[in-house]
Design a protein around this ligand. Sequence first.
Ligand SMILES: Cc1ncc(COP(=O)(O)O)c(C=O)c1O
Ligand SMILES: N[C@@H](CCOP(=O)(O)O)C(=O)O
Length: 476
Amino acid sequence: MHYISTRGHAEAQTFCDILLGGLAPDGGLYLPDHYPQISAAELTAWRKLSYAELAYEVLRRFVTDIPPGDLLSIVKKTYTAQTYPYCRTGRRATDITPLTTLEPGLHLLELSNGPTLAFKDMAMQLLGNLFEYVLEKRGETINILGATSGDTGSAAEYAMRGKKGVRVFMLSPHGKMSAFQRAQMYSLQDANIFNIAVVGMFDDAQDIVKAVSNDAGFKARYKIGAVNSINWARIAAQVVYYFKGYFEATKSNDERVAFAVPSGNFGNICAGHIARMMGLPVERLVLATNENDVLDEFFKTGCYRPRATAETLVTSSPSMDISKASNFERFVFDLVGRDPAIVSRLWQAVDSGGSFDLAGTPHFQSLPGYAFVSGRSTHRDRIDTVRDAWQRYGVMIDTHTADGLKVAREYLQPAVPMIVLETAQAVKFSETIIEALGREPMRPADLEGIENLPQRVEVMAADVRAIKEYIARICG
Ligand SMILES: Cc1ncc(COP(=O)(O)O)c(C=O)c1O
Ligand SMILES: N[C@@H](CCOP(=O)(O)O)C(=O)O
């Protein structure tokens, strides 16, 4: 399996190279040169597998440059009940991603039982182990530069803390994350973790990551790597739970399902798109945004119009306060028939602060073939949905999952199970949960008082040069 850039001006690479390389040198994102196709017989066999076994089966289609035995060990070491201990609802001891049925035909896929209580742990724990393996084999080190709106940062730091040969520089939007999210990241005192709070929004932080990565000299000199979903390994790992969710919600492979996905950077739902392209029987991919509804606008109108920082709202589902969705480029690559010249042209407009409109083009006419539908949710919807889920089902959901559930309800179809992806646990956003329910969310005992721990963070302007100088100073 080789990986090609969405912009078409980068050499094809193998998995381990793009794992360490992150963004392609031409500014594009890597994608496999083809999507592996899963046969009906394979799908039947996969139904019986544990999460780790399933992860191995999916990942070995994408990771062809790690010996199978080694890949199996890495996956088995990652997907254990011990690594994902924070299950809220009753589950079998071996479940990594339990499915809770809210009512017939409507399910919640719990993806947030890992160390940082968000779905990012599903891929990030694997990345930590993959980095360790590949770096040791090659005798190399890496300096990861990431951007977070609240959850990627802590997931990456928990996955990489104490790892030999790895430093993490994580940019977060100053003052925009919840108190719990800040505490998760900034209370880490590990010598290889560096938190930088950038004055701006997530998009500013992500722009800095891309700008640094696009400086080939700096990237090579300081061995800059990525853990955001611009790194293909993140997406590949996320494909696995679409298969798992499908098997949990259905009895036979003749059934089709829908997934509702709270979306921001388009990484999670991009993994759903890929699972579908591999042959998973997905009827619909329901994309849910909050008030930052750039993606909803695209799927309804064909116009992709990223907003500037000043137009990006701070909401009560803060991890989705994103107006420039990186992975959307991966989907558009497929939508335009994998033509890198078209993608380059479209993103030339986006990268210079503009937009593009596919309405009326054959590309937009082909959109229904990709099964996407979309909707948006507001603070009021979030409060109502959190309250309704608690009162009706006794299930406490977080504000992002609430966005997903709200929009999922708009697209329910008879005989098509709807699986809402639970992307975080409620305790990460307690202020809004208290507003909705008048009570504190449940919190794992060992995370009691995390907000009172001493914090270590550098506040900096959203300035590429200053961030580069900081990295250079630390790396020596
Ligand atoms: C809790 C939560 N929900 C949803 C999202 C959106 O996911 P994606 O950026 O993959 O679209 C994020 C951030 O990415 C998140 O942290
Ligand atoms: N919501 C994310 C934003 C970054 O997304 P990623 O999936 O590209 O890492 C966060 O919580 O940080």
